[in-house]
Design a protein around this ligand. Structure first.
Ligand SMILES: Cc1cc2nc3c(=O)[nH]c(=O)nc-3n(C[C@H](O)[C@H](O)[C@H](O)COP(=O)(O)O)c2cc1C
Length: 211
């Protein structure tokens, strides 16, 4: 495959300090809603980046499930690799890319567990199969085979016999409270717009970065 000639011009839109919202959360909500309106596949998917003890940062996709003035919420297994990493270092990165809109958003934030009630409420709202899968899968643990997982799932299904499983204690949400959010809009000739919000003494300061 020849990649060195693969390129495109970005000219969908522009971004400037005068036109962005005062709050980066409002700005984010507006861009998220644009991504949904543009039918971007998995528009709420984001990379979650954690610092690991071996020094290799790890990135994986999770789904954004709530956005509020407090921050960004996703759900996962607290004993997974990401859960363990956050337990040791709660500074995380979140990263969205919406190619159809030529936009990316990078977030630095501090992750904390959501309340048990928030986790239980979200767990109970999920389809039964997803609930069973969350209970049956020891996320990030080594499996001997695919059938081991399928058998764990089936055994749980049989035990519960149509009853809804309870939200496991090791499953729930993380709220990421942002301290820095960068909005990137692709522009012509690679002269992209980068507007960064930084939380300084409880106030969001806005600046432009060179592309
Ligand atoms: C589109 C998409 C959405 C995903 N959503 C989630 C999610 O919301 N929560 C989650 O724990 N894993 C989700 N995953 C799986 C993760 O990317 C990852 O494989 C899993 O959480 C294990 O990561 P870890 O071993 O680094 O903890 C998703 C994957 C994809 C591709």
């Amino acid at each position: 495959m020849k990649l060195d000639s693969v390129r495109r011009e970005y000219k969908y839109a522009a971004l400037n300090k005068q036109s962005v919202a005062v709050s980066p959360i409002d700005q984010f909500k507006s861009w998220l809603s644009d991504a949904q309106d543009a039918n971007v596949n998995d528009f709420s998917a984001m990379s979650l980046i954690t610092a690991e003890k071996d020094g290799f940062p790890q990135s994986r996709i999770v789904l954004l499930k709530d956005i509020s003035i407090e921050g960004f919420t996703f759900f996962t297994n607290y004993d997974s690799q990401k859960g363990k990493a956050i337990g040791k270092n709660n500074k995380v990165g979140l990263h969205f890319f919406w190619p159809e809109l030529e936009r990316q958003v990078r977030i630095d934030g501090i992750a904390e567990k959501t309340t048990r009630q928030t986790s239980v409420d979200y767990f109970n709202s999920r389809p039964m199969e997803s609930q069973l899968a969350a209970c049956a899968s020891d996320q990030s643990a080594t499996l001997e085979s695919r059938s081991e997982l399928d058998e764990q799932f089936k055994a749980l299904q049989e035990t519960l016999n149509g009853q809804q499983p309870e939200c496991p204690e090791n499953w729930g949400g993380y709220l990421v409270r942002p301290v820095k959010i960068e909005f990137w809009q692709g522009r012509e000739s690679r002269l992209h717009d980068r507007i960064v919000y930084e939380l300084i003494e409880n106030e969001w300061k806005i600046k432009r970065l060179a592309p």
